[in-house]
Design a protein around this ligand. Sequence first.
Ligand code: NAD
Ligand code: ZN
Length: 350
Amino acid sequence: MTSTMRALVKAQAAPGIEMHEVPKPSAGANEVLIKLEKTAICGTDLHIYKWDDWAQRTIKTPLVIGHEFVGRIAEIGPGVRGYREGQRVSAEGHVVCGVCRNCRAGKPHLCPYTEGIGVNRDGAFAEYMVVPATNLWPIPDAIPSELAAFFDPFGNAAHCALQFDLVGEDVLITGAGPIGIMAAGIAKHVGARHIVVSDVNDYRLKLAADMGATRTVNVARENLRDIVDVLDIDGFDVGLEMSGHPGAFEDMLHVMYHGGRVALLGILPKGAGVDWDQVIFKGLQVHGIYGRRMYETWYKMTQMVLTGFPLHKVLTHQIPINDYEHGFQLMAEGKCGKVVCDWSGEIKAA
Ligand code: NAD
Ligand code: ZN
């Protein structure tokens, strides 16, 4: 008889998510089995929950979702070296091919054959999950699990924010979602001058200010072009687009200083326009950002937290996994920073 476990499953091609009893996986060659302690809810999980266009195009049901997590190694598969049972770990959510040109050049974050945990293969909203040992990231004892649970999006923020030298620079971040908030903190941590964060959500702008933004802008009430005058600057040196909103990107291009650098993390809708005059005549550098560097971004974020980066400030809700519907609700309403679910205790299945 195979043993079973509880997991949040996208069972049907329709909105919603359900706690189901599913077969418990086991570690194959070069893999480990992780017993989950905590799983955080990502915007991607919400897309899958809502079953929007992107989810319909991308997700094959049934699928266990989730890719932001921390847990302990419960079983070590054949061929795995360097890890031990009981060790606390998170893991990179992109499983790369390991044999393409980029992987072999030490640039696996640019692997064209990447598979996403909780997107293309079963994920972390489960009592147990299996990941390739190469993806593991050990968590030092000094870092609490509720923070390690969302190293994945912290890594998106770090990879994007550390793309350019921010020391002494004026930085604009459009979008104060969890990633924009953490990016504001990183800009502060490394020594940017003005750190302006825009959103339409005052709750989130407040979190961004607590995290290190020097000025927040609610674009429903204020104009970014006016802020340039208020700050008495020529424009922003660095732009981090973290909203996925075409209007925000458009505004950003207009307030960039000549020769500025723009990193695009927010996922813009298909066909979103670009005012190329801004890019060409101002000589802007525009860089797409996907995922994290493996594993240099993981190293940097671990060291940042160990040296006092206030990651806890973006964590607004910790809930038992049984309350997952409430968690998805909070995310849908934007009344939260990071929401982390806990797997200890008895789990109710549908
Ligand atoms: P989120 O959806 O929680 O945050 C986006 C924020 O943008 C929200 O707070 C929203 O109110 C705000 N916003 C909406 N319109 C705006 C406007 N006109 N100006 C400024 N802000 C506006 O998302 P998140 O989890 O923080 O992620 C940020 C973005 O990055 C999302 O688009 C997400 O899909 C994307 N993402 C990309 C990668 C990658 O690897 N490239 C990884 C993770 C997430
Ligand atoms: Zn590859």
